[in-house]
Design a protein around this ligand. Structure first.
Ligand code: M6R
Length: 611
């Protein structure tokens, strides 16, 4: 979604820092960008459609070095991607500039009010009401700080915002309600604001994450004050040190972040299990759940809430937790959960799964049960993110930063954590306890082996890239994988793809099968293989082409399907971890073959911070 960067400091690094930060946020998806800075008591604004590079070009090489600047990458919600709609937005005399993430829900009402007061609007955005409202309150109160506070209180909806004004040219004003914002303090005493820590990590790891209803006044001398704008009280919170390696977020020798992140899968499995499992001794230790271990004894139902790929990881988790720990699990789209009126007892735990930890719907789902007195758990990748902070306990994925919009290694980490959670909750009372522990330990090597299929998958992707439809099927643990395989293909190749439980074929999807509608069948060895093979036979009988994922050593599939990709033997419970590598590489190469921007697919953003 949109990205924000703001800088105030004594060193003349404002514009460079903001542009660099915006470039770092490019991976999140955006359609336009803009920057504002103060020079000789005047705010200058530059905006461009498309890449941040266009802003660089617009500013030119001789741009003056400034001490204060704000910038924004926009992902259009209200109004199309035009220069007028791009941020920063200003008031009429250009003395106030604002960058905003989120949605101002009462913007129409505010806009009507301001229009009646003589304010003119130049954009179609909801955000433009903010500088005009600041102007309105400033004229009434004569104090920018009071005007800022009154404006915040008048806005409903969600916002992460940073404001700059010539009335206080050495100060940045920032606030958060439902849209992430972090403040970084550099060792040269500059303050950097960002909607994602990735944008400031090159300058500092010393950060303060803003909570909802907090605002900050940050000065050029490196001092800042944190307040609660509802209670109007000062907030004291020590900065924390980010555990984040800027190197990890670099492309290195890879052509795309997606490919790099797929290649990080073996290490991701290692990191997600490091210090948590001891296969030989039969131990699973999840430190993040220790504080609530007593409460977990009384949990008789778990509701998992998540979106997209994280939702599919949740579906794998449903099978795992039910089979291994014997606790009933229900997985719901967070966007549906929040509007559903369902009975919710205190013995139910809510488990939110999110790579970014900032997905608006998942946050809303957690908020919904805030007063129910239920245990709120999280499986989150981004350390210190909103979801990580609002849950009672949880387990980090430790997958490292994921930059490609299509989630790859994070899915693998989520499933790996869910498998460990299932083992932990089972307290050893499952015949699968030891075998699964042992297999988790062996998985990184098997994942490495699978990556050797890269060239074969690339060749196969070339063969299938021209099809406009694709079906993905699987049973039991492979059913969520089929859904995820279809999502991966559609989001980066724009091919129509659908995932189905293989057993559903005869209930409808089979009607679509014809030579131009191929199927990707996930058919590893296991108790349900004969059933999936029957489904493949039915597809072949209708002249449908089939690509299959089978287990090494299986000779039956080769005779039956058009192409087979073999994966190492594994438990059916861990198949989704390994098959994900094949499905991800297949989607990657098909998208590449079709000439798409693999890391930044059209219309999508990495982190969906608005509803
Ligand atoms: O950050 P989250 O895991 O909460 O994000 C959820 C989805 O938006 C995300 O998984 C999305 O579906 C991916 N782009 C899929 O590859």
């Amino acid at each position: 979604m949109c990205g924000i960067v703001g800088y105030v400091g004594a060193k003349n690094k404002a514009i460079d820092t903001v542009l660099e930060g915006l470039e770092t946020l490019e991976y999140r998806g955006y359609d336009s960008a803009g920057i504002a800075y103060i020079e000789k008591d005047t705010i200058s604004v530059h905006k461009a459609i498309g890449r941040v590079q266009a802003l660089h070009d617009d500013l030119g090489p001789n741009v003056s070095k400034n001490t204060i600047s704000i910038g924004h990458t926009r992902w259009a919600t209200h109004g199309s991607p035009t220069v007028y709609n791009a941020h920063p937005h200003t008031n009429q005399d250009g003395s106030i500039a604002v960058v905003h993430n989120g949605i101002i829900e009462n913007y129409e009402e505010l806009r009507d009010f301001l229009k009646k007061k003589g304010y003119n609007f130049v954009s179609e955005t909801d955000s433009e009401v903010i500088p005009h409202l600041l102007d309105y309150h400033l004229r009434k109160t004569r104090s920018f700080r009071v005007a800022f506070l009154q404006t915040l209180k008048a806005l409903s909806g969600t916002f992460g915002l940073v404001v700059m004004t010539t009335h206080e040219p050495d100060v940045l004003f920032a606030a958060r309600l439902g849209s992430p914002l972090v403040l970084g303090i550099t060792n040269t005493n500059a303050i950097i604001f960002a909607s994602d820590p990735a944008a400031l990590i090159a300058h500092t790891k010393k950060v303060v994450f803003l909570n909802d209803y907090e605002y900050v006044i940050a000065k050029q001398d490196g001092t800042y004050a944190l307040h609660d704008f509802m209670k109007d009280t000062k907030v004291v919170r020590d900065p924390e040190i980010l555990a984040y390696d800027a190197e990890e977020a670099q492309l290195g020798d890879f052509a795309h972040f997606m490919l790099k992140e797929i290649y990080e899968v073996p290490q991701t499995i290692r990191s997600a299990t490091l210090g948590r499992i001891k296969a030989e001794e039969g131990i699973v230790k999840l430190g993040g759940l220790e504080a609530v271990s007593e409460q977990l004894n009384y949990i008789d139902r778990i509701v998992i809430v998540a979106c997209g790929t994280s939702y599919y990881a949740g579906l794998v988790g449903e099978y795992l937790i039910e089979e291994i720990a014997g606790i009933p699990v229900e997985v719901q789209y967070a966007s549906e959960f929040k509007y559903r009126d369902e009975p919710f007892s205190r013995s139910t735990a809510l488990l939110a799964i999110s790579q970014s930890g900032e997905t608006a719907d998942t946050i809303a789902a957690l908020k919904k049960v805030e007063d129910f007195g239920v245990l709120r758990l999280g499986i989150v990748n981004a350390v210190g993110s909103t979801i990580a902070r609002m849950t009672d306990a949880g387990v980090y994925c430790h997958a490292g930063p994921e930059r490609a919009v299509a989630s790859t290694k994070a899915f693998v980490a989520q499933v790996t954590v869910l498998a460990q959670m299932a083992l932990y909750l089972s307290k050893g009372n499952s015949p699968l306890y030891k075998p699964l522990l042992k297999e988790l330990d062996a998985l990184p090597q098997k994942a490495e082996q699978l990556l050797k299929l890269d060239a074969t998958i690339q060749k196969m992707a070339k063969k299938y890239a021209h099809y406009n439809d694709f079906l993905f099927i699987g049973r039991k643990y492979d059913f969520p994988s089929a859904l995820e395989g279809a999502l991966k293909l559609k989001e980066i190749s724009y091919i129509h793809a659908e995932g189905f439980a293989a057993g559903e074929m005869k209930h409808g999807p089979l009607a679509m099968i014809e030579p131009a509608f191929p199927t990707f069948a996930i058919a590893p060895n296991g108790s349900l293989l004969p059933k999936t093979v029957s489904n493949i036979e039915e597809i072949r009988a209708r002249k449908g082409k089939v690509v299959a994922i089978g287990t090494q050593g299986n000779t039956q599939l080769k005779r039956l399907v058009d192409d087979v990709l073999y994966m190492p033997d594994t438990l059916e419970q861990t198949t989704p971890i390994l098959s994900a590598i094949i499905l991800q590489l297949f989607a990657y190469y098909v998208a590449l073959e079709r000439g798409h921007n693999v890391d930044r697919p059209r219309n999508l953003a990495k982190s969906v911070t608005v509803e």
